[in-house]
Write a protein that binds this ligand. Sequence first.
Ligand code: PAF
Length: 284
Amino acid sequence: MQIIKTIDSLRQALKPLAKQGKSIGLVPTMGALHAGHGALIKASVNDCDVTVVSVFLNPIQFGKNEDLDKYPKRLEADAKLAESIGADFVFAPSVEEMYPDGDPLTMVRDEALESLYCGAYRPGHFRGVLTVVSKLFLISGADHAYFGEKDYQQVFLIERMVKDLCFDIQIHRVKIVREESGLALSSRNEYLTDEEKARSLGISLGLKQAKEAYDAGERGVMKIRDTVVKSILANRGQVQFVEVVSQKTLQKFNAGMLGPDDKAVILVAAFFGKTRLIDNIELN
Ligand code: PAF
């Protein structure tokens, strides 16, 4: 496996492979890889002839008071993990390589959804994500790209961007990987103390209870939502948002009852201590 640091070298490495008809899979990451990323890499290795894992801590998707500086960085360990699963290339460019003129002036935005849910609390986050993901698609020329469903709004926006802008790439959603306890894997879990980690199970427990209630016939939007809120509060978490939204449009179901054709997903963001965690569950 090769670690590549420049855009030109990645293009030089991948173009001949594409010419030979080899399919290229891209797994965009910000590093600090865990088993959730492992599942994305595995899916790409299974589907594609060549797998590229990008490791780039993208500054333009972080707000001023967010965790850019303390985000865990360990390229060597990331490369080892990627290699052990069968990746062919790790693309790890510097910030200067990706943004040679500073923050880009041309950016990709989804004006309808960029300021809802996570975007309401992280202004500029999604345009930073869509911009870097577009660049990674264009740099790699990948045929397939893999994203985890933990970042539900992110993968929804990426799918919409690919459709709206005619990117010639197939997006694959990969299911959330959870610890045995139910906690969704995230690089940010490393920030949690043991005590916060135990309490943070309030999120996955609440989602599980809400899904069980839905499966048992509960269709009241507020009741479903409140089950999750209560579980987080009972574990002394601070709720940022819990919303029941449409899987198809990501628009909120405000109140009332879910109908037989309403495919919903519960989106959650909550703080345990200083750590912000997100999670979700589909109600199917
Ligand atoms: O999900 C992430 O790790 C990032 O948002 C992504 C997609 C790699 C873009 O920087």
